[in-house]
Design a protein. Structure first.
Lengths: 113, 111
């Protein structure tokens, strides 16, 4: 079974721009979560989607948003990029209704200059 | 959620068993212990999880003390590829999509 796929792998943007990251979960997984990882803050939960609905949200500003499509694929968007948004953005999926743990992709490395 | 405490770093010789401790003295009855590891520049990899019984899979064993206040992840025959940061997380399983990662233990396997 293919794992969680995230695209692109690397991205360089300029302050003020916006960016969209994509995530394809493991086949059959309906829950998708997003995390941000930085050297200073570690891994932090952004939000979780299940059946196209946001179920949980972390403590991030409204510039960070996401959505999930009917095929469970998910995108996250960051608007008005700031230097501090430079991070590894990780997507994870799980079946949603079973007791399985999260499975992570290898992330998108975003650099804001 | 219960807080976990892990040593910041550990070393282990290749081929030996690596035993990674985790303290979770405030764990509640319905909280599971999850272990993940992260190799540089990759996403966290799920290893194992358990509630109160010891668990074993193809990657590792998880030993949880009877009072559930601590646990140990055991990699039975460590290889150089096991060098990574290991995270112990305690979480109610129903909310396991929102994991709270600490600083973890940086495990170095030496040849």
């Amino acid at each position: 079974k293919a794992g969680v796929t995230q695209t692109p792998r690397y991205l360089i943007k300029t302050r003020g721009q916006q960016v969209t990251l994509s995530c394809s979960p493991i086949s059959g997984h309906r829950s998708v979560s997003w995390y941000q990882q930085t050297p200073g803050q570690g891994l932090q939960f952004l939000f979780e989607y299940f059946s196209e609905t946001q179920r949980n949200k972390g403590n991030f500003p409204g510039r960070f948003s996401g959505r999930q499509f009917s095929n469970s694929r998910s995108e996250m968007n960051v608007s008005t990029l700031e230097l501090g948004d430079s991070a590894l953005y990780l997507c994870a999926s799980r079946p949603g209704q079973s007791h399985s743990p999260l499975h992570f992709g290898n992330g998108t490395r975003l650099t804001v200059t | 959620d219960a807080k976990t405490t892990q040593p910041p770093s550990m070393d282990c010789a290749e081929g030996r068993a690596a035993n990674l401790p985790c303290n979770h003295s405030t764990i509640s009855g319905n909280e599971y212990v999850y272990w993940y590891r992260q190799i540089h520049s990759q996403g966290p990899q799920y290893i194992i999880h358990g509630l109160k019984n010891n668990e074993t899979n193809e990657m590792a064993s998880l030993i949880i003390t009877e009072d559930r206040k601590s646990s140990t992840l055991i990699l039975p025959h460590a290889t150089l590829r096991d060098t990574a940061v290991y995270y112990c997380i305690v979480r109610v399983e129903a909310r396991a999509q929102k994991l709270v990662f600490g600083q973890g233990t940086r495990l170095t396997i030496n040849p």
